[in-house]
Design a protein around this ligand. Structure first.
Ligand code: GUN
Length: 292
């Protein structure tokens, strides 16, 4: 393997230490701790795991976590009432509604109801709109793409004047990742399912962020020698030799890409741990703004 590994687990741990110190200062100065409210609707196992991990991470850095679990059968109005109560609660500085919501609940209506001052996911259209505009700043940036940029910066990857390719255009990752790279003065191409010559475009990029949700789609011949590769994907593929009968792979073929890239994130242990670290970052920033 030629590439240097970008260790998301270690970088996320370092960020949590930094945040813990910041939270201690806030507590000393204002006598209050940052608070995060997590709303979970339904019984999806993956969402339950994410929510549990988010609350545990809050505890570790001294953020107070609040939680509301609603049943699968909860109505949209009930979810909106919970959001409204957290909007009005001065002990809560960040509100996260775990996605996806059960069918029948209008996700956009729920996300739009979160106060932009507490929108730690950065999904409110006002925050996304500001992210897209030159000379304007969002209050919060979505956690996963923010984590991707943090990994690049902390690994010493220069962004200004570079060519970047983002594979995938989701509201949660691809689109905001492209906006963030552009704000750092990279020249960005967004590749999606209808893009002709996706491989050629990618192979010209100095920086690749892969977030298309397709196991190992980005092969070695998609990588420019010396590129920095950030793999957001996490896909289970059948493997009879693996302990659980499957193994986790990214959207990048790691073995092939690592032969050509200069720097690359592993899966797992790359972007994943950074998403939660950035959520904590956003929550502390929101609290600090409200205390001042
Ligand atoms: N579901 C999957 N990713 C996310 C995320 O970043 N935020 C929320 N709220 N739900 C998610």
């Amino acid at each position: 393997m030629a590439a240097q590994l970008i260790d998301g687990k270690a970088i996320a741990e370092q960020i949590r230490q930094e945040l813990k110190a910041e939270v201690d200062v806030l507590k000393q100065k204002y006598g209050k701790a940052p608070g995060l409210a997590v709303v979970l609707v339904g019984e999806r196992k993956d969402s339950q795991t994410y929510v549990r991990n988010k609350k545990k991470a809050c505890d570790e850095v001294g953020i107070v976590s609040f939680g509301t679990d609603l049943p699968e059968t909860a109505s949209e109005e009930e979810v909106l009432q919970v959001v409204a109560a957290y909007n009005a609660d001065p002990a809560v500085h960040g509100i996260l509604v775990q996605l996806p919501l059960p069918r029948g609940i209008d996700e956009q209506r729920v996300l739009d109801a979160i106060s932009i001052e507490k929108d730690v996911d950065g999904f409110h259209p006002l925050n996304i709109g500001r992210l897209a505009m030159r000379g304007r700043d969002p209050l919060f940036v979505p956690c996963t793409p923010k984590g991707c940029l943090e990994l690049l910066k902390r690994s010493g990857v220069q962004l200004s004047g570079k060519k970047a390719a983002v594979v995938g255009r989701s509201n949660i990752v691809g689109m905001p990742a492209a906006l963030l790279l552009q704000r750092e003065d990279a020249t960005v191409t967004v590749i999606h399912s209808r893009t002709p010559d996706a491989q050629r475009i990618c192979a010209e990029a100095d920086i690749i962020i892969a977030a298309c949700g397709k196991a190992e789609m980005v092969g070695g011949d998609w990588i420019k020698p010396g590129a920095a590769v950030i793999d957001v994907g996490i896909n289970a593929v059948d493997d009879p030799n693996a302990k659980r009968g499957y193994r986790l792979v990214g959207d990048v073929n790691f073995a092939e890409a690592a032969e050509k890239a200069a720097k690359i994130t592993p899966v797992p242990g790359g972007v994943g741990p950074m998403t939660i670290a950035m959520l904590l970052r956003n929550c502390v920033d929101g609290a600090a703004r409200s205390f001042e």
